[in-house]
Design a protein around this ligand. Structure first.
Ligand code: MG
Length: 294
């Protein structure tokens, strides 16, 4: 399933996205959790109950509880994750473009949840940030709690996948020589447009990932180029901290970020539109706005 959270008028709900329509799940089944985060907390196995019941439903019943995507405002699928963990230098092509050594263990940092925005919501650039950049990334949504998870069991802890833009203030990142401040501004983690459940992604290690800025293709890579794959990432992270349902893990960005463009870096400015597309998930689009212009 491709799960989306949305606003219809003032009402928030969630549903399954299919061919431009959303099947409003909590309207169909009164035994479902009220929120999409509640559904993720129920775990991946719970989905098979929903899928079985959906298969029994007549088309006209589904039709009655469906709505066109264009009639709703899509929201970030998860708004209150326990944590957002991100990997640095996890693509061979991205390490190569900056002449960095490939790490022998994942390099990680954490973004606060106040960075999260949804599809089509603005990335806000404070005026004192001079070098704003994008990073298109595949993000894992955790569906089951765990610590010290072996690589062979890591797949059981994945609920699904989404897209995350690890927006970064390069000037601040490089000045501080660590990453927290430069990556933690409000709006610096657009996510969405949906959570594609893990059974819909045959191989998370073979997905095309692309980023455009104002229609210009900047990143065009594959998750094949990851240094640590999604299962190894879960293993390594869970040796450090307990992973919990709704945790978001951003798995790093491929080559083509603005700061390493040749011959000149190309940073984001107000009015720029960033689109990230990952095979099997969809397109995440956000425009940059100036803080003073709000
Ligand atoms: Mg990143």
């Amino acid at each position: 399933m491709k799960l989306v959270r949305f606003l219809l008028g003032e009402e928030e709900s969630y549903g399954a996205l299919e061919e431009g329509k959303i099947l409003i799940l909590p309207q169909l089944f009164d035994w479902l959790p009220e929120s999409l985060e509640g559904l993720v907390n129920a775990g991946f196995e719970f989905l098979s109950r929903i899928e079985a019941r959906l298969a029994e439903l007549p088309e006209e019943v589904k039709e009655k509880h469906s709505i066109e995507v264009k009639e709703v405002k899509l929201l970030a699928p998860i708004m209150n994750p326990p944590k957002i963990i991100c990997l640095g230098l996890n693509y061979r092509d991205h390490a190569a473009e900056q002449g960095a050594r490939i790490p022998d263990e994942p390099i990680i940092f954490i973004k606060p949840r106040t960075t999260i925005i949804g599809p089509n919501q603005p990335i806000v650039k404070p005026d004192f940030v001079k070098k704003l950049d994008y990073e298109g990334e595949l993000a894992i949504i955790i569906g089951r709690r765990g610590k010290n998870i072996p690589v062979s069991k890591a797949g059981d802890h994945i609920f699904g996948y989404t897209i995350l833009n690890d927006v970064t203030a390069r000037d601040i990142q490089f000045k501080d020589r660590q990453w927290t401040r430069g990556k933690s501004f409000d709006t610096f983690a657009p996510i969405g447009p949906c959570i594609t459940t893990r059974n819909q992604i045959r191989d998370p290690g073979n997905l095309r990932i692309r980023t455009w800025v104002n229609g210009e293709l900047r990143q065009d890579s594959s998750t094949k180029n990851m240094v640590f794959n999604v299962y190894e990432i879960i293993h390594h992270l869970s040796r450090v901290m307990t992973l919990e349902p709704c945790d978001i893990i951003a798995t790093g960005t491929p080559a083509g970020v603005g700061v390493f463009m040749k011959p000149e870096p190309k940073f984001l400015n107000p009015g720029d539109v960033v689109v990230i597309e990952i095979e099997g998930i969809g397109r995440l689009e956000n425009e940059v706005v100036s803080e003073t212009g709000l």
